[in-house]
Design a protein around this ligand. Structure first.
Ligand code: BDR
Ligand code: CA
Length: 313
């Protein structure tokens, strides 16, 4: 990788209290398992967004997953946006399976939180100014809507860790764009320009962290529901996609970095997103000063170890 000037190391501040905004999604599911098992994170809530699948499916997947592996844990799940700021989500069933998860889980006994995702994000941030971080694992529609016209909310959120973008590398949905950013480039622009500190974990680093087909069928150790579900998700994903050798740990890397920021090498930038035309979804960094810390390096061995350890639980 070409490093364009001096890299910065993220301070060793660990996030404790987080809201996870997500569109599960197989790799979102692994990220949720990690967060639910991590002693270093307190999950204030999960907010759902359409993206990998419809909003109804991603919400149902979040509810079923939490109910299955952490029944009684009291993590609220608030329902978010069905569509991006403009148009509609395109979904990624070819990557994530039929309902966005591809594995059977018992029907959820949990119900969604009464507040919607935007209200929920705002309430949690304002109730604990400077102490809540957001880990955003899907299109940034909910997060942008929560910040829209609410400077006190922007002020209150300590940091947004975003899985998204392809800054110095090719995209995964077009030669220029990564899926989460491509799906709602308008919201991504709003978040990157909101002034809230953002750590941007894009394909620059997530395409280096993967679980390999050969590592199965027991990628995760133990007999816990979490380990079993993680193994089922990976086994199914590899079964459905015979030509694929690597399952990229996109969203799991964002959770790992929220727990252990030293994993990443970061460079500060202003990031703008192309919203129209053939380069839609392209994340363009102007390095120097700016509110976004772009991840350009990752300790791959340690990142994979954190993922394994937390899901093996
Ligand atoms: C991102 O897109 C989604 O399909 C994954 O869940 C991840 O958040 C990777 O480009
Ligand atoms: Ca995702």
């Amino acid at each position: 990788m070409e490093v364009l000037g001096p890299a910065i190391e993220l301070s060793a501040k660990h996030m404790q209290r987080v809201v996870i905004d997500t569109d599960p999604g197989t790799d979102d599911a692994l990220a949720l398992l990690m967060a639910l098992n991590s002693p270093d994170l307190r999950i204030e809530g999960i907010t759902t967004v359409g993206g990998n699948a419809t909003l109804a499916e991603t919400t149902n997947n979040a509810l079923r997953l939490v109910d299955h592996v952490a029944a009684g844990c009291d993590v609220p799940i608030a329902v978010g946006a069905e569509r991006p700021a403009r148009g509609s989500f395109s979904h990624a069933y070819h990557v994530h399976g039929a309902d966005g998860l591809g594995v059977d889980l018992p029907a959820a006994r949990l119900a969604p939180h009464p507040a919607d995702a935007v209200e929920f994000l705002r309430d949690r941030a304002l109730a604990a100014p400077g102490r809540i971080a957001v880990i955003a694992l899907g299109p940034l529609t909910n997060v942008a809507a929560a910040l829209d016209g609410q400077p006190e909310v922007a002020q209150a959120i300590s940091e947004i860790v975003v899985m998204g973008g392809a800054v110095e590398v090719p995209g995964n949905v077009t030669p220029h764009a990564e899926f989460n950013i491509y799906e709602d480039p308008w919201s991504a622009n709003a978040v990157f320009g909101s002034g809230v500190p953002v750590t941007l974990i894009g394909l620059d680093v997530t395409h280096r962290t993967a679980m390999h087909r050969d590592g199965g069928p027991r990628w995760f150790e133990g007999t816990s529901r979490s380990a079993q579900l993680g193994n089922r998700i990976l086994a199914n994903s590899f079964r459905e996609r015979a030509d694929v050798q690597e399952f990229y740990l996109h969203d799991p890397l964002a959770v790992a970095a929220a727990i252990e920021p030293e994993l990443l090498t970061l460079r500060r930038a202003q990031v703008a997103v192309v919203t129209d035309g053939g380069e839609r979804g392209r994340t363009v960094a102007s390095y120097g000063d700016g509110p976004v810390k772009v991840a350009l390096g990752v300790d791959v061995g340690r990142a994979v170890e954190i993922v394994r350890k937390l899901i093996s639980n």
